[in-house]
Ligand binder design. Structure first.
Ligand SMILES: Nc1ncnc2c1ncn2[C@@H]1O[C@H](COP(=O)(O)OP(=O)(O)OP(=O)(O)O)[C@@H](O)[C@H]1O
Ligand SMILES: [Mg+2]
Length: 246
């Protein structure tokens, strides 16, 4: 069972405490939503899961199944099946979307019957499902892409690599409502495959198409409230005031 287990996680950025004792469990196939005011540490948590070099783990642990992620390097964590869709995706000039994916696919453990020709077709099919024209696949990743196009590229990559647990950081910012629906449906397909999801968001709207098992509210580097999807609806309507003590 590949359960993600975060225990008493304390993280500093440039000697400043940002995460102050996070405890979180996400079981295989579960969808967990993380909400919280700007600056509460949501992206820092996502970045720490993937061992961003700026995130210094001071105390606590992150485990995924048998893997102790908090002692592993980013590429090892990715190969263990834990991937991150960035809040601010980076451009990689000179590397096309297809090149990046075909190179990445070879670095991951793949089933014995893996065929590159079939994988190339899957790239095209997934792009089509996201209403992304083929021409994007031969362009440099994210170079000159609009905000929404970059977000679609993040989901395209996560869909094609052998993910077991994915952290999706504010995929809904920058997407128009039709694009959000397409992206949410693509994420649902991953969920049906048994992928665990950690969805970081400010809005309830993505949850129209994705059922959340748990919703957690972060504030000042801690989880201050946990509940069901009703909690996300309440936050969207009434804000955070009832859940955070300034
Ligand atoms: N390099 C850094 N040095 C010091 N503090 C930093 C650094 N990078 C980020 N921070 C601070 O860490 C805190 C948490 O940032 P983080 O990006 O995790 O918040 P967030 O919850 O994702 O916010 P948002 O909803 O706006 O995306 C913020 O107060 C931010 O200013
Ligand atoms: Mg953030």
């Amino acid at each position: 069972m590949s359960t993600l287990t975060i225990k008493n996680l304390h993280v500093q950025l440039e000697n400043k405490p940002i995460l102050n004792g996070i405890d979180l469990t996400v079981r295989k196939g579960q969808t967990c939503v993380l909400m919280g005011p700007n600056g509460s540490g949501k992206s820092t948590l996502g970045n720490t899961l993937l061992a961003h070099p700026a995130c210094r783990v001071e105390r606590g642990s992150i485990k995924f199944g048998k893997h102790m992620l908090s002692k592993m390097k980013t590429d090892e964590i990715a190969r263990a099946g834990v991937l991150l869709a960035l809040q601010h995706p980076q451009a990689i000039p000179g590397v096309s979307v297809t090149n990046l994916l075909t190179i990445a696919a070879r670095k991951f453990p793949q089933p014995k019957n893996f065929k590159m020709a079939h994988f190339r077709q899957e790239i095209k099919d997934t792009a089509k499902a996201l209403h992304t024209p083929d021409e994007f696949l031969s362009r440099s990743l994210n170079e000159g892409f609009s905000g929404g196009e970059k977000k679609k590229m993040e989901i395209l990559q996560l869909s094609l690599l052998p993910a077991k647990c994915i952290v999706i950081d504010e995929i809904d910012s920058g997407l128009d409502i039709d694009a959000l629906k397409l992206v949410a449906k693509q994420i649902s397909k991953l969920r049906k495959r048994g992928v665990s999801l950690v969805i970081i968001t400010h809005y309830n709207r993505i949850l129209r198409w994705l059922e959340a098992d748990r919703v957690h509210i972060m504030h000042k580097g801690k989880i201050v409230k946990s509940g069901t999807s009703a909690l996300a609806k309440d936050i969207e309507k009434n804000g955070y005031a009832a859940y955070i003590n300034e």
